[in-house]
Design a protein around this ligand. Structure first.
Ligand SMILES: [Zn+2]
Length: 794
């Protein structure tokens, strides 16, 4: 910590700067008739072949926008964008019909904080383009509202960049009116892990979605010599003091150590849940400006449910210095469906954060004493004050994020091998789980007397169904989670936090935070008392076994090892899912695992109205980009279920022992930092068994991970010879995938007695032959369904 800021030389405020950005307007004196003007930004090539270009007025000495219009005889503009990887070209083709973006446009609205404005003006000067004062007022009238609208959307972001010292590289956003493709965006954002993005705002199934056509690392950052990403600032040593009142309203003060990176800064962007308001911020005790403003458009470009807000200090903070930043925030993020059941609706961003760097936490909560509040860390103080309870916890080591939960709970604990598990369950039933009363209609035949006709009387009996016991599985869950926690520690090494708390959440989902798991209230019920819609064998296994093990596995995958970018989300979810399946296999045998894998395969092969499979929506590495796809299930099914399948196939290829060693190594090498999909490939290559080449593992990743396709396989074979020397020969034929698809497939030769023999065959566009010499006659030669490879059978 350093002394409070000296010399508050008041620069412009963020609000003033944002207002200046919004009000910039077009500069009538800076309108040009342009021909053959071009702008290159790494992979983005813009050609203003023939038309008019008008610039915005300057803000803080910088021009921040321009409009091009091809509104002349034969007027034209053109954009070229060539994604560097096959998967990205496939993605672009899926949305635009072509693997490269080459589109003529009539209009282009440019917004920039980089050198684009200067570069354009320089070219204009060099070419001697003439000014077109006659067009200025016309263009301004036509375009001013559009320009002000888009500048308004991005005002906090642009203001933040203008307030901080000029970086070598800035933002370039181009909204184009394409001749074929309609309105779309091309963005260059140096703060994103993938700097270049092209996409389109769309309405699909009555909701607004943002289709990401392609997203990739810009040329200058692809170079091997490119410096690694260095965040402009970081937060550590969180200290959160929160009060939850009788009405469940949360008010908190969050303090953290703010470390400035390599450049001086005065404006900082933070994320917070939309359910909250940040009412004040201070840096080293001195009030700082808070600016919040998010538009639908910039929200659509962001995949989460948080708002960005800017905190601006009056003056620059020097590189490398450390300060205390303090936020006052509040919101109604805890709701109750009734019956003493509570739900925390803003789980990961209930306090202001920036990124998900590991940090130490002090968490002090004041809450109604009738409730139990759970959050990670060791209890250092726990006091009752009238109707209130005040609990303070310190985390024993750095964690990625601090979650909390609260309720009227009963507890069941288990501990072994230095690990403790506390499972909390609601005493009251989640009202959504109360079954509706049943109505039974009974028909009785009555005959009142010998001379009256028989008649039928209908009686309807309404019966209340007894409510399920909300704690039926409390002890079962505690025992299972404890055993599972032990099992994973044995496989992946000790967890970061030795104490794990499991607590209920209404709904059908779970979530795994460091030291804290949210488990669906359904998982606490006896399977026979769950709602009828969840009584299929698949869903019973999910709520009874997989969900809690998946969330426990996140103690490692997602909380000790984190993903480098959205492209690696599948790896963490796939690992959590597959770890849960390893635990299921350990408890119930390989058949139980294979049944789930077969369910996953069926989900992936389900076809929609367009006759396309869910799996074809995109590769596992697309992460959030799958959410906008035509199939609403694609994100979940591909990220989790294909993710688990990829790991299952890797296990088959490497063998059980080597596969588990890869997982242990993954945790060891990437503990407390980000792992990428490419890192997994490198580890796998180092652990390959004899005979499995690096090239074949690369093909595995190219086809299963970075691309789409589930083949249909057909095996034909014949057997020749006699005891003790038999020869089996046959072919594997692949269909339903594109002609480049080529992977190693295990063909199993089974015998009446003795172990199965496996022959690996690399598929191709043509039928591929295989053969093997055997000591006994085979009983069957096949590729077993659902068990070893993601493929349909013919
Ligand atoms: Zn998960």
């Amino acid at each position: 910590m350093v002394a409070p800021l000296a010399g508050w030389a008041a620069g412009p405020t963020a609000a003033e700067t944002a207002r200046a950005v919004r009000d910039a307007g077009l500069d009538l004196d800076q309108c040009y008739r342009v021909r053959d003007l071009s702008l290159y930004k790494d992979d983005i090539r813009l050609y203003f072949n023939d038309g008019y270009l008008i610039f915005s007025k300057p803000v803080a000495g910088e021009r921040i926008a321009a409009v091009f219009t091809a509104d002349v005889e034969g007027g034209d503009g053109e954009i070229l964008l060539l994604p560097p990887q096959r998967a990205e070209r496939q993605s672009l083709a899926r949305f635009t019909g072509s693997p490269n973006l080459d589109e003529h446009f009539r209009t282009a609205l440019l917004m920039f904080t980089d050198d684009s404005g200067r570069a354009l003006l320089e070219s204009i000067q060099k070419q001697g383009s003439r000014k077109a004062p006659e067009m200025g007022p016309l263009l301004a009238e036509q375009w001013a509202p559009v320009v002000s609208n888009i500048l308004d959307s991005f005002a906090p972001r642009i203001a933040g960049e203008l307030l901080n010292p000029r970086r070598a590289d800035g933002l370039l956003l181009v909204a184009l009116g394409g001749k074929k493709l309609g309105t779309f965006d091309v963005v260059y954002d140096p703060t994103a892990p993938e700097q270049i993005l092209a996409g389109q705002l769309m309405e699909r199934n009555q909701r607004v979605v943002y289709d990401v056509w392609t997203s990739f690392v810009a040329r200058r950052y692809r170079a091997a010599s490119a410096p690694p990403y260095d965040p402009p600032f970081s937060l550590n040593q969180f200290r959160i003091e929160a009060t939850i009142d009788e009405n469940l309203h949360l008010r908190a003060v969050t303090r953290a150590a703010l470390k400035i990176g390599a450049q001086p800064l005065r404006s900082f962007a933070f994320d917070v849940s939309r359910a909250e308001q940040v009412t004040a911020a201070r840096i080293d005790g001195v009030p700082a400006e808070v600016l919040i403003r998010e538009s639908t458009r910039s929200r659509a470009l962001r995949a989460d449910e948080n708002d960005v807000f800017l905190v601006t200090a009056p003056d620059f903070l020097t590189p490398g210095s450390v300060h205390q930043v303090e936020f006052e925030h509040q919101g109604t993020l805890i709701t109750s469906p009734g019956n003493g059941v509570y739900s925390v609706d803003a789980r990961s961003n209930w306090y202001p954060r920036s990124g998900s760097a590991f940090a130490d936490y002090v968490l002090k909560f004041r809450y109604p004493r009738r409730l139990t509040l759970v959050t990670p860390g060791d209890i250092v103080a726990d006091n009752i004050d009238g109707d209130w309870r005040i609990t303070e916890r310190h985390t024993p080591g750095p964690i990625r994020v601090a979650g909390f939960n609260l309720g009227d709970y009963q507890k069941s604990s288990a501990s072994a091998g230095g690990l403790t598990v506390d499972v909390f369950g609601n005493r009251g039933l989640d009202p959504a789980l109360q079954p509706p009363p049943t109505a039974t209609t009974i028909a009785r035949v009555v005959q009142e007397g010998p001379r009256t006709p028989r008649r039928e009387v209908l009686t309807t009996v309404i019966q209340n169904v007894p409510p399920p016991d909300p704690l039926a599985r409390l002890n079962t869950v505690a025992a299972d989670v404890s055993a599972c926690f032990q099992y994973f520690s044995g496989l992946f090494g000790p967890p970061a936090l030795k104490a794990l708390t499991v607590s209920p959440i209404p709904g059908t989902f779970g979530q795994g935070f460091p030291g804290l798991v949210y488990l669906s209230t359904l998982s606490y019920l006896d399977p026979r008392e769950r709602p009828p819609a969840t009584r299929s064998a698949t869903l019973q296994t999910f709520f009874s076994d997989l969900m809690q093990a998946h969330e426990v596995a996140h103690q490692w995958w997602g909380n000790v090892v984190i993903g480098k970018s959205y492209q690696d989300e599948w790896l963490l979810e796939g690992l959590a899912h597959y770890s849960a399946l390893l635990w299921l296999e350990k408890k119930k045998g390989p058949k139980a695992l294979e049944e789930v894998m077969a369910d996953f395969q069926a989900d992936l092969l389900k076809t929609g109205a367009d006759n396309q499979t869910v799996e074809s929506a995109g590769p596992v590495t697309w992460g959030y980009r799958l959410e906008a796809s035509k199939s609403p299930e694609a994100f979940r099914v591909i990220t989790y279920e294909k993710g688990a399948w990829v790991l299952h196939m890797l296990r088959k290829r490497l063998g059980n022992e080597r596969f588990l060693k890869v997982l242990a190594e993954l945790r060891r090498q990437f503990q407390f930092r980000g792992v990428g999909t490419a890192d997994l490939l490198e580890l796998v290559k180092k652990s390959a068994p004899p005979g499995v080449t690096a090239e074949s593992l690369e093909a595995f990743f190219d086809n299963w991970v970075y691309s789409t396709g589930i083949p249909t396989l057909r095996v034909r074979y014949s057997v020749k010879g006699k005891a003790p020397s038999w020869r089996v020969s046959g072919t594997v034929e692949q269909s339903a995938v594109d002609q480049n698809f080529s992977v190693d497939i295990p063909v199993e030769i089974q015998f009446a007695k003795g172990a199965t023999q496996t022959v690996w065959v690399r598929t191709s566009n043509e039928p591929v032959s295989f053969s093997a010499t055997l000591k006994q006659a085979p009983a069957r030669v096949e590729i077993p369904a659902g068990a070893s490879v993601l493929a349909a059978r013919k």
